[in-house]
Ligand binder design. Structure first.
Ligand code: SAM
Length: 231
């Protein structure tokens, strides 16, 4: 995997992208997370820089970290939605990349004295290696972060309740097949940049909470397959 250096040129690219607010927002929501913790999550990895191509590569998106405030919002809302059941669900970041959502979720659970089980997987091994390193740096161990694809990750050991976190990891065909794998489970799905919203609704997932912050990175919907709408 090639990891191009991140610097002022990237901020210039954001500034001249027609969204003058983007550099500040990016700093606050992505770069600052790493500066405070000494982790490596914020710099994106384009598909051309992945190197090896894992199975299903054509349907996957590139790596980019979730914004901190989206993860925080999703944490607050799923706790409110699930109430005392919250800890009975296992959080799984589907396409965890460098592990930002797993790291932040772990911090939030610790702060809230929640014992929820937290896992993540990505089909690109070099990204998983970075995620495990980040986790070890913050929490002293690499965490439940593994190399697996959306069609191969084994949900069975996690029990019947999963809280899947997706930041637009793949397109409609794979999304449909992945959601099919959740049909036997009590599943809640946090979907950031919900490009395949129509597919979830068509397959019976009900939107329970919505946040639309005016750009794809700040748009998140929480769905459930066995709970009524609570919007
Ligand atoms: C936009 S990034 C999201 C990273 C992380 N979830 C976050 O929120 O910070 C999408 C990730 O999905 C991964 N991905 C794409 N297709 C996948 C698949 N079929 N199986 C597992 N991971 C996949 C990519 O490698 C990439 O790291």
């Amino acid at each position: 995997m090639r990891t191009p250096a991140f610097g002022w040129r990237d901020y210039w690219r954001m500034l001249t992208s027609g969204r003058p607010w983007l550099p500040w927002r990016y700093f606050r929501e992505a770069h600052a997370f790493d500066l405070r913790r000494g982790t490596d999550t914020h710099a994106r990895v384009m598909k051309a820089d992945f190197g090896a191509e894992p199975a299903g590569f054509a349907e996957g998106t590139f790596y980019m970290a979730s914004w901190t405030s989206e993860i925080d919002w999703a944490f607050r809302e799923t706790r409110a939605l699930l109430g005392t059941d919250f800890d009975t669900f296992t959080f799984v970041d589907v396409g965890c990349g460098k592990g930002k959502a797993v790291l932040r979720w772990t911090e939030l659970c610790a702060r809230a004295s929640s014992a929820q089980r937290i896992a993540g997987f990505d089909y690109h091994e070099p990204l998983v290696a970075v995620a495990r390193r980040n986790h070890a740096k913050l929490f002293g161990a690499p965490g439940l972060i593994t190399t697996a694809g959306a069609e191969t990750f084994d949900f069975a050991p996690l029990g019947g309740r999963v809280l899947c976190y997706l930041y637009n990891p793949f397109g409609p065909g794979l999304m449909r097949r992945f959601l099919g794998r959740l049909s036997g489970l009590d599943a809640v799905v946090i979907y950031n940049n919900p490009a395949e919203d129509a597919t979830l609704r068509e397959l019976g997932f009900v939107a329970c909470r919505t946040k639309d912050g005016g750009c794809p990175n700040a748009h998140t919907i929480i769905y459930a397959n066995r709970r009524g709408s609570a919007n």
